[in-house]
Design a protein around this ligand. Structure first.
Ligand code: AR6
Length: 183
């Protein structure tokens, strides 16, 4: 599924984030930038040890929740990895929504600063961090669509969903976000 927002394209695909040849891919990192499972494990495995070496050297203090940092992408096809830290879901009363939106916004800002024309996101926080998928999908797409409308770049933002359930949730959320903006 894809949508056009001004001069930008927003697309949803199923697949593996590590295979994307976009200028940057986004990692679902933790605030220690310590590596882990899921997307984070796949990125460090695929990219090789250089990504962790650079991360530790440039960001020894880690990265706060809701923020992001950038490194090279090692052996991966992308040029950069943007390590974004989404919130751990507790009960929805601990600023989860604003922190998740902020993780997406900061990733987009960093991609802009690195002159990236294309960027691929996974579904932040919806694996080990247990954010309810439907809610996370809506926040992700609402935030990215608003950013693209305002800034007109990156030219392409791709969400890479790992399975059909995530794809369906994002497809429903994209339909809802697009119709909100027609009103
Ligand atoms: N490509 C695309 N999506 C993937 C891939 C992949 N290769 N692998 C998993 N997913 P998660 P989080 C999906 O747990 O919830 C790590 O240990 C997955 O099905 O990767 O933000 C970090 O170090 C899910 O829908 O990220 C942190 O400690 C989504 O990506 C913590 O997990 C996100 O799942 C971050 O947790």
């Amino acid at each position: 599924m894809q949508a056009t927002i001004g001069a930008c394209k927003l697309e949803l695909v199923t697949g593996d984030i590590t295979r994307q040849a976009t200028d940057a891919i986004v990692n679902a990192a933790n605030s220690w930038l310590a590596g882990g499972g899921g997307v984070d494990g796949a990125i460090h495995r695929g990219g090789g040890p250089g990504i962790m070496e650079e991360t530790q050297r440039r960001y020894p203090q880690g990265c706060p929740t809701g923020d992001a940092v950038v490194t090279g992408a090692g052996k991966l096809p992308a040029r950069y990895v943007i390590h974004a830290v989404g919130p751990i879901w507790k009960d929805g009363q601990n600023q989860e929504e604003s922190l998740l939106a902020s993780a997406y916004r900061r990733s987009l800002e960093i991609a802009g600063a690195q002159q990236c024309a294309s960027l691929a996101f996974p579904s932040l926080s919806t694996g080990a961090y247990a954010y309810p998928l439907q809610q996370a999908a809506h926040i992700a797409l609402h935030t990215v669509a608003a950013y693209l409308r305002l800034h007109g770049q990156p030219q392409l933002v791709r969400f890479v969903l790992f399975d059909d359930r995530a794809y369906e949730a994002y497809a429903d959320a994209l339909t809802a976000v697009l119709s909100e903006n027609r009103c």
